[in-house]
Design a protein around this ligand. Structure first.
Ligand code: PGA
Length: 248
């Protein structure tokens, strides 16, 4: 039985002051019996996450990592730097980075590989656009995105967390239906199983307009092991009610 994991993706939001209030509320009310919880914040706030969360059972991580180990890459942040702030997770291949920074499948795979080498757990995002779905290409796209990562990380595939995030569902208030989520998760599960030989190792999260009103429906699907939560993760009450929806 895989314990569910809720990951808050704060994106480029927050300030020292608002984060402090939010983290204090999370620490006070989070019940680890329901699910694991992690927050992925912007790089300047990693030290704040470490300070505020280290005495709690909430973990933290980053939203991106360089594919390079170190050197003349101005503006980049390396995996070992994230480790310096005791990050456990790093999101790679978020659709906003694929879209706005032009990140390719190969670059995402190199980032996942770099994260694993430093002892971080990559949360690999995959997902189709509305156009892909209309053209019947959903399965093809998510398999292609995941396969680049599996190919690069080889026997470490069992260490990956995968997040299925349909691009059209992110930040739109329009989540994928239970049938759509379960059918893509089943495909991803089979792909991971073929690569690792294990059917129950990897956690596969769903992301895209997860909220307290749809969490129970989505999080009880058999192949859904948690959620990657954007907008609702900036509100302690909403994030904690999503965690509560995982109650075993
Ligand atoms: P959302 O974002 O919950 O605001 O849709 C999810 C994500 O981008 O990870």
């Amino acid at each position: 039985m895989r314990k569910k994991l809720i990951v808050g993706n704060w994106k480029m939001n927050g300030s020292l002051q608002t984060n402090q209030v939010l983290l204090a509320s999370l620490c006070q009310a989070f019940d680890p019996a329901n699910a694991d919880l992690a927050i992925c914040g912007s790089t300047p706030y990693l030290s704040q996450l470490q300070t505020c969360l280290s005495a709690s059972s909430i973990e933290w991580g980053a939203q991106d990592v360089s594919s390079h180990e170190s050197g003349a890459f101005t503006g980049e942040v390396s995996a070992s730097m994230l480790k310096d702030f005791a990050c456990r997770f790093v999101i790679v291949g978020h659709s906003e980075r694929r879209q706005y920074q032009g990140e390719s499948d190969d670059l995402v795979a190199a980032k996942a590989q770099r994260a694993l080498a430093a002892g971080l757990t990559p949360i690999v995002c995959v997902g189709e656009t509305a156009r892909d779905r209309e053209a019947g290409r959903t399965e093809f796209v998510v398999k292609r995105q995941l396969s680049a990562v599996i190919h690069a990380v080889g026997h470490c595939t069992s260490e990956l967390i995968v997040a299925y995030e349909p691009v059209w569902a992110i930040g739109t208030g329009e989540h994928a239906s239970a049938e759509q989520v379960q059918s893509v998760h089943r495909v991803l599960r089979a792909q991971l199983q073929a690569a690792t030989g294990h059917s129950d190792r990897n956690r596969i999260l769903y992301g895209g307009s997860v909220s307290p009103s749809n969490a129970a429906e989505l999080l009880t699907l058999s192949d859904v092991d948690g959620a990657l939560v954007g907008g609702a993760s900036r509100d302690a009450h909403q994030l904690l009610s999503i965690v509560s929806a995982c109650r075993p």
